[in-house]
Design a protein around this ligand. Structure first.
Ligand code: UT7
Length: 335
């Protein structure tokens, strides 16, 4: 009998831009303050890519380059690149295609994956399935977003939340019992009224009208999104834990989407997992959309051990959401 192929993460690279947008600076731009932002969201500062002419592929390229170095990867060995993003450089061609050129990949094909803040989770499951099929050996998955390109910095209800950043993981074939073991992913399409960009797509292409009416910004009805995020993320996280006999004593880490510290708290407390086992960097980066999960791995990589039981969970526009169970494949930081 043929040995089962698993898909394991073999490295992490990341990048956040240098510019730090603090709550103090934001409170000079809109009617807000550090106390409100810290208690309602939990963000202290976020990074902004403010150099003109640079888009999401710049963030993705920095992250993927570091990943290639850390994993000592020959560009010719990469089969595929998947970039999860909601803020592509262009409508077309894909940000992933631009990345292929920047990384000098000759044997890869590449595409963008759009699942809003759940994009990285979907990319992980997609790459895992591609590798388990036996048809791919080595895939780069990237979560990258330049959220500042669609945030309205005169809307105090949304501008404190988001930041720019990217991180990438190498996903490779192994016959060891490690890697991306299982996922529960969902999409219901019910979220459209509550989280979207009104114009710029095929329903409502750009025009003077859409510009004048500020229709090219991220629109969110926060309270509704909050409720769905808590209940849907908690449900799937609990479901995947039960399916694999995971509970507070044998879960090593939870990696939650970084949208709001109160959402993270609620999801962790449903599983009775203490916050010390929950990856949190929202205070430094805010919500980088598809970037949040891999940026957590990037920050916590040193603390990870081979065999750690990790549950990832995310929620985003669509609505899209899900949870994945990963058995981590290596010890500590790979430099
Ligand atoms: O990543 C994709 C998924 N997105 C999410 O998961 C986001 C989910 N939603 C949230 O995280 C929260 O709903 C927000 C952080 C967006 C908002 O927090 P909230 O506790 O739901 O606040 P709210 O919208 O209900 O507003 C409460 C009050 C309002 O004032 P009144 O009407 O009670 O007088 C707002 O006008 O807070 C006011 N407010 C602010 N005050 C100071 C809203 N934004 C601000 C602000 N500073 N920046």
């Amino acid at each position: 009998m043929m040995e089962k192929i698993n898909a394991v993460i073999t490295g992490v690279g990341g990048y956040v831009p240098d510019y730090v947008l603090t709550n103090e600076e934001l409170s000079r731009m809109v009617d807000t303050n550090d106390e409100w932002i810290m208690t309602r969201i939990g963000v202290k500062e976020r990074r902004i890519l403010n150099e003109e002419g640079l888009g999401t592929s710049y963030l993705a390229r920095k992250a993927a380059k570091q990943l290639m170095q850390k994993t000592n990867s020959d560009p010719d060995s990469i089969d595929c690149v998947i970039v999860a993003t909601t803020t592509p450089d262009y409508h077309f061609p894909s940000t992933a295609s631009i990345l292929c050129d920047k990384l000098g990949l000759k044997n890869a094909y590449a595409f963008d994956l759009q699942a809003a803040c759940s994009g990285f989770l979907y990319a992980m499951e997609t790459a895992a399935s591609m590798i388990q099929s036996g048809r791919h050996k080595k895939i780069i998955i990237v979560g990258a977003d330049k959220m500042s390109s669609m945030v309205n910095y005169s809307d105090r209800a949304t501008c404190p939340i988001f930041g720019d950043g990217a991180a990438a993981c190498m996903v490779e074939a192994t016959t060891e019992e490690y890697g991306i073991i299982d996922s529960i992913l969902r999409t219901d399409g019910k979220g459209l009224p509550f989280l979207h960009m009104k114009a710029g797509g095929s329903v409502c292409p750009p025009s003077y009208f859409t510009i004048d009416n500020k229709m090219h910004y991220l629109y969110q009805e926060g309270r509704t999104v909050f409720k769905y995020a808590v209940s849907n993320m908690s449900d799937v996280t609990e479901e995947i834990a039960q399916r694999h006999g995971l509970h507070k004593d044998n879960i090593d880490w939870i990696v939650p989407h970084q949208a709001n510290l109160r959402i993270i708290d609620a999801v962790a407390s449903r599983l009775e997992v203490p916050l010390s086992k929950v990856m949190v960097n929202i205070q430094r980066y805010g919500n980088t959309s598809a970037g949040t999960l891999p940026l957590c791995l990037w920050d916590y990589e040193k603390q990870l051990k081979k065999g750690d039981n990790i549950i990832f969970t995310a929620f985003g526009a669509g609505f899209t959401w899900g949870a994945s169970y990963v058995k981590w494949g290596y010890d500590g930081d790979k430099i």
